[in-house]
Design a protein around this ligand. Structure first.
Ligand code: ASP
Ligand code: MG
Length: 434
């Protein structure tokens, strides 16, 4: 009987240079006779670097080509280390970069998000070409699959929504037969395409989500995200001490934590897996033998306190201009706008004449929102806030977190506490007595 499919996702950190790619190859060698579908992100910080290219072209600073050259140079250095000076891979990597050059030869496109997707997606295209060529070269035969032929999205650039039925149909027709052949199948995370074949992206850090889409459509036996951390941790080790790894986690717990900023997995990843009870492993590419975290439908009710911090929060206090009550029709109007702008709402509260909402302050969505409502409503805006979510809280953990913070809004629901906070300005901190 044919083995079931496993889906692996390797992110930018695991592919950041030639040594990192060799390390991934070593991990893959141990799965040589498995049916793997491998999803890769752009290498290292390539997506950030491409964002700078997009911005430079958009603003007409004249720097775009220079920034692109630096990205090309980095990729060619990696190729040199992996393949020497001659290999077919150079032509195919070059073809991908030429597409960016074409965009830069034209005046900046009026639709920024469209232009962004056409440029930034090249990061995944080149990383997948290099990885596929390298694995094949060292005796791990690997087929290259263009994720844009499988993942169909709507035409909201930079945040494409997956059209599941068509994606399933394309996956059955095009991807499944590839998995029947010997060797691995390798594809790109983060990218998809519209019905008119324009490239879209699924939102920053979206490669995890891509892997979940493939897992779902291919009925994978399991999915594994290979990371530079040992698994899902109780908090971000860059922000907190005494962080520990969680061995087992329920889908629900994972959804709650990632939605509110636990950066380890993209928040959209869990749902497709949960719908088909496909377990998710989060493992370290540095220590591939180690256990990692196992996420499944099993319920574990003795979790330690877990903390997620989401930066770039805005708090909007929206009041009617005539001091009338904020009634249902106002709410309905405000929420329609929020939905149209695809703003993520993290917390809300209302008083008689105002409605308070905490949202992710990304792009210029908050400004657009305020511009649209200001005729009817008065808005008080606080920016640069953080949202702290504590699940399974213990009092001492909360006390510690509150230290040095001004809390603007706080909410408690069962075992979860959420706070919208900012740091106390240094000048205002009380001096220590001793
Ligand atoms: N390369 C994309 C990003 O950096 C997608 C990903 O890494 O998941 O956002
Ligand atoms: Mg990434």
């Amino acid at each position: 009987m044919k083995k079931a499919i496993k889906v692996f996702k390797f992110g930018g950190a695991s592919l950041k240079d030639a040594n990192a790619i060799m390390n991934v190859a070593n991990i893959l060698k141990t799965f040589r006779d498995q049916r793997l579908v491998i999803v890769v992100s752009a290498m290292g910080k390539t997506t950030n670097a491409f964002e700078e290219v997009v911005n430079a072209h958009h603003k007409g600073t004249g720097e775009a080509s220079k920034l692109l050259d630096a990205i090309k140079k980095h990729h060619y250095q990696i190729c040199e280390a992996l393949f020497g000076s001659e290999d077919e891979v150079y032509a195919s990597v070059n073809d991908a970069f030429v597409e960016v050059e074409w965009v830069l030869d034209e005046p900046p496109h009026e639709n920024y998000d469209y232009m962004y997707d056409q440029i930034v997606s090249i990061g995944e295209l080149v990383s997948s070409k290099i990885a596929q060529a390298y694995f094949s070269k060292i005796g791990l035969p690997t087929q290259w699959l263009d994720a844009r032929d499988i993942i169909l999205t709507d035409d909201i650039f930079r945040e494409g929504w997956v059209q599941w039925e068509e994606t399933q149909e394309r996956c059955d027709r095009l991807a499944k037969p590839m998995t029947e052949k010997p060797g691995f199948v390798l594809t790109q995370g983060f990218i998809g395409s519209t019905t008119e074949n324009f490239t879209t992206t699924l939102g920053r850090e979206g490669s995890d989500y891509t892997a979940a889409i493939f897992s779902y459509c291919l009925d994978a036996e399991s999915m594994t995200i290979w990371k530079d951390v040992p698994g899902v941790l109780t908090a971000d080790p860059r922000l907190f001490n005494h962080v520990t790894k969680i061995d087992r986690l329920s889908y629900r717990e994972a959804i709650e934590m990632t939605y509110y900023g636990a950066k380890v997995i993209h928040p959209k990843t869990i749902k497709p897996l949960q719908n088909k009870s496909i377990p998710l492993f989060v493992k370290s590419f540095v220590e591939p033998e180690a256990e990692g975290t196992f996420i499944s439908s099993e319920v574990e009710d003795t979790y330690p306190p877990m903390v997620a911090v989401e930066q770039h929060q805005a708090l909007l206090q929206i009041a009617t201009r005539d001091f009338s009550f904020v009634a249902e029709h106002h709410m309905s109007y405000l929420f329609t706008l929020i939905a149209d702008l695809r703003m993520q709402v993290n917390m809300m509260q209302n008083t008689a004449i105002s409605f308070v909402v905490c949202v992710n302050d990304i792009d210029n969505k908050v400004d657009q929102f305020i511009e649209k409502v200001q005729d009817q409503f008065k808005v008080i805006l606080d920016r640069d806030l953080e949202l702290i979510t504590v699940r399974h809280f213990q009092q001492d953990v909360l006390d510690n977190l509150r230290r040095g913070k001004i809390i603007l809004l706080e909410e408690r629901l069962r075992n979860t506490v959420q706070m919208v906070a900012r740091d106390v300005p240094v000048m205002q901190r009380k001096p220590k007595i001793k």
